[in-house]
Design a protein around this ligand. Structure first.
Ligand SMILES: Nc1ncnc2c1ncn2[C@@H]1O[C@H](COP(=O)(O)OP(=O)(O)OP(=O)(O)O)[C@@H](O)[C@H]1O
Length: 317
């Protein structure tokens, strides 16, 4: 989705959607523990590392996300088709889980249901004990789309500030929070640039900053690096991994890239189509610290092969 110039109401609603915000403004409460201040100039540079898979200290042992018996049918009475059926998945706090699978197996649908952008037909989902609607109202997640969804007539800073302003943060405070979030993704110096003055990777960093600025516990990312060249994508992977380690967010990440899924994740869920379901979940037992050398690790290649085999089986199931 790319936002064009539209009426205020329209694009504010869309911006709210794009940021995982409720479409009505709420009180400008900001959860404690603001975006970590590390003073780094790069999204993946320094910062306080946390143990892989546990992030910044779980508030409880219960899974953050619980999905049980999820079913989604599109269409109207008498003419429906199943996009998802029998999806069961628990996601621990601080986990980085990737969803991979054939085109049309329901990865985006699953993400959109988690974000309350789509209603499930049957099944149960909870996010930290809340329904998806409650989690959305309480801004428990940030959503990063495949396309950056930035407003062309707002600077990077202005784009990140917008959802904060919609939530009622005073201008100066929204500016400070947005500047912090941009620094987190290594874009402090590009705050005054417009989207058309930024590369695709930089635009996606702004989208990530916008999602982070609301301090969600959960980040939902739908193939955010799919449009980037291979080298930029690897760099973004490296930086996202460092960001995840530093912040301890729980991330659900949709991708078509096996290498990306293995590099980033603590677990990879392989899905199959017809209707969409989870075929296999693999633990990614790579060392917690991952960098460019990780891709040369023998275990990395073994895991890539395992996911590849799982995908092959999913395609031919
Ligand atoms: N709004 C909709 N109305 C009707 N059918 C839909 C709608 N959105 C998705 N579908 C169908 O649901 C199924 C799952 O789609 P979805 O986009 O979730 O798959 P995906 O795994 O994300 O695909 P891709 O990898 O190509 O992005 C597909 O068969 C798709 O055609």
């Amino acid at each position: 989705m790319r936002l064009g110039r539209r009426g205020d109401t329209d694009y504010h609603a869309s911006m709210a959607d794009a940021s995982g915000l409720p479409t009505t403004t709420g009180s400008p409460t900001r959860r404690a523990g603001t975006i970590p201040q590390t003073g780094q100039t790069h999204m993946g540079s320094t910062g306080v590392a946390t143990d892989a898979g546990t992030g910044g200290g779980p508030a409880s042992d219960a899974p953050l996300v619980r999905i049980a018996g999820l079913e989604k049918r599109y269409g109207h009475a008498g003419d429906t088709s199943a996009a998802l059926a029998g999806v069961d998945l628990d996601i621990a706090r601080g986990e980085f889980i990737s969803l991979i699978g054939p085109s049309g197996c329901g990865k985006t649908t699953l993400l959109r249901i988690l974000a309350d952008l789509e209603a499930a037909t049957a099944g149960r989902i909870s996010i930290d004990g809340l329904s998806t609607a409650e989690a959305r109202r309480d801004r428990r997640y940030g959503y990063v789309f495949q396309a950056p969804t930035l407003l062309d007539w707002r600077t990077a800073l202005g784009n990140v500030m917008l959802p904060l302003r919609l939530l009622g943060h005073p201008r100066a405070e929204a500016r400070r929070i947005a500047a912090e979030a941009l620094a987190q993704v290594g874009l402090a110096e590009a705050a005054g640039r417009y989207p058309w003055q930024l590369s695709g990777g930089q635009q996606q960093r702004v989208s990530i900053a916008r999602a982070l600025s609301l301090e969600p516990e959960l980040l939902l990312m739908d193939e955010p690096f799919g449009a980037l060249d291979e080298i930029t994508r690897e760099r973004m992977n490296q930086d996202l991994h460092a960001l995840w380690r530093r912040t301890g967010k729980t991330v659900v990440f949709v991708t078509h890239s096996i290498a990306e899924a293995v590099f980033l994740s603590t677990r990879v869920a392989v899905m199959r189509a017809g209707p969409g379901r989870i075929a296999r979940v693999l633990d990614i037992d790579l060392p917690a610290d991952r960098d460019f050398a990780t891709r040369d690790h023998p275990r990395f290649h073994q895991l890539v092969t395992q996911v590849h085999e799982g995908l092959h089986a999913a395609y031919h199931a």
